[in-house]
Design a protein around this ligand. Structure first.
Ligand SMILES: C[S@@+](CC[C@H](N)C(=O)[O-])C[C@H]1O[C@@H](n2cnc3c(N)ncnc32)[C@H](O)[C@@H]1O
Length: 323
C-alpha cells in the first residue's frame, strides 16, 4: 500500500521532519491503516481473565469504581445530560463503563459521544462501537494533539445544558512528545465547570525488566511499531529491534535500527534511513505521582480526584480548570 493512501501530505511532511531532525518516528503514526487493527488485536487481550495486570484492565476497574462520583461532580452543577469528548479514542471501548453507568443510573440523560483522534480508522471504530452499544449522538473530529490548541473544536462540541467530560485514557499521555504543552491545551480548551478524566502509567522501576521483556516477546508490539515503516515499503527483516528504559527521562523507548541504508519516499521527497542509526519509534513515559500532580498544577488545573490501582501501577485523575 502506498504511503499516500494512509497518511496525508501534511502527515508525511511531519514524519519527514521527525526522521530528519530527531531521528524519531512519532508513536502516533502506528495507529493508521492496518495499525488500527493491530492495536485492537493487541489490546483485545486486555479483558480476558489472564489480563488482570494489563493497564487497560487496571484503568477499567478504576473507572468502574469511580464513575458514580465523577457524575456526582458534574451533577453538582445541575447537569443532567452529558457530552463525552474522547481524545485519542482508540476503539472507544474504555468509555463502556461510563456509558453503562449512565444507561443504568441516569436512563433519561441525553448523551453525546465525540471522539477525537489523529487516525480516521480509530475514529471509525470508536464511533461504530459506542453507537452499537449505547444510545448516543455526536460527531467525530480528526485532530493531531501535537498540532496546537484544539479550543476551536471543543467550542463547537459544547451544547447548552450538557456537562462536558473530557477523556484522555489508555495512557496516551505517556506517548506524547510534549506532555506539559498538551495539558495546557486541554486547560485552554475547557470551561470552568468541565472535567478532564485522564489515565496514566506510574513509574515502578522494579517492573521495568518484565515490561521490557514483554516488549521484546510480544510480536504484536513489534508489528505495531513497524506499521508506518511498512507503508514506506520497509520490512521487519530490514531492522534490528531494541527496547531500553531511559532512566533520565523515565521513559521506555523502542528503537528500530536499519541493517542497511534504506531509501524512503515521503511527500515526494527521498530520504535515507542510514544503516546502524537508531530511529526511536516508540516512547512511553512513566510518571511518579509527584510529577503527574505537578504537571497538572503547572498547567492550571485543580485536582478533584487522584486514585491509583492497588499495585500502584496506574493512576486515574479527575481534574478541572483552576479558578
Ligand atoms: C494508546 S491508544 C489509546 C486508545 C484508547 N484511549 C484506549 O484507552 O484504548 C492511543 C490513541 O490515541 C491516538 N493518538 C495518539 N497520538 C495522537 C495525537 N497526537 N493526536 C491525536 N490522537 C492521537 C491514537 O491514534 C490512538 O487511537
Amino acid at each position: 500500500m502506498p504511503v499516500g493512501s494512509v497518511y496525508s501530505r501534511d502527515e508525511q511532511i511531519d514524519m519527514l521532519w521527525w526522521l530528519k531532525n530527531k531521528r524519531e518516528m512519532p508513536t502516533k503514526y502506528m495507529y493508521f491503516g492496518v495499525g488500527s487493527k493491530r492495536w485492537i488485536r493487541y489490546t483485545s487481550r486486555r479483558f480476558t481473565e489472564d489480563s488482570s495486570k494489563s493497564i487497560h484492565m487496571l484503568e477499567r476497574v478504576l473507572i468502574t469504581k469511580k464513575v458514580s462520583s465523577i457524575f456526582d461532580s458534574l451533577a453538582a452543577y445541575g447537569y443532567k445530560n452529558y457530552n463525552i469528548i474522547d481524545f485519542g479514542c482508540g476503539d472507544g471501548s474504555p468509555t463502556y463503563p461510563i456509558f453503562q453507568y449512565l444507561k443504568t443510573n441516569r436512563p433519561k440523560a441525553v448523551l453525546k459521544y465525540n471522539p477525537i483522534d489523529i487516525s480516521t480508522d480509530m475514529l471509525d471504530f470508536a464511533s461504530k462501537n459506542v453507537k452499537r452499544g449505547f444510545s448516543v449522538t455526536g460527531e467525530r473530529n480528526k485532530w493531531d494533539l501535537d498540532a496546537g490548541s484544539f479550543a476551536h473544536i471543543t467550542k463547537t462540541l459544547r451544547k447548552p445544558n450538557m456537562g462536558d467530560l473530557y477523556l484522555f485514557l489508555g495512557s496516551t499521555i505517556c506517548n506524547m512528545p510534549d506532555i506539559r504543552q498538551d495539558l495546557v491545551h486541554f486547560r485552554e480548551s475547557m470551561q470552568q465547570d468541565d472535567y478532564l478524566l485522564l489515565g496514566a502509567e506510574l513509574l515502578k522501576e522494579e517492573d521495568m525488566g518484565t515490561i521490557m521483556k514483554e516488549f521484546y516477546s510480544a510480536n504484536e508490539i513489534f508489528d505495531l511499531i513497524m506499521t508506518p515503516f511498512e507503508y514506506l515499503n520497509a520490512r521487519r527483516s530490514n531492522f534490528t529491534y531494541r527496547v531500553i528504559f531511559n532512566k533520565e527521562r523515565a521513559q521506555l523507548e523502542g528503537y528500530l535500527i536499519p541493517e542497511r541504508n534504506l531509501k524512503v519516499r515521503l511527500a515526494d521527497k527521498e530520504f535515507t534511513l542510514e544503516k546502524g542509526e537508531p530511529i526511536m519509534s516508540y516512547r512511553s513515559v512513566r510518571f511518579t505521582t509527584e510529577r503527574l500532580v505537578s504537571l497538572f498544577y503547572k498547567a492550571g488545573f485543580r485536582i478533584e480526584m487522584f486514585t491509583t490501582s492497588r499495585d500502584n501501577k496506574y493512576a486515574l485523575i479527575l481534574a478541572q480548570p483552576a479558578i
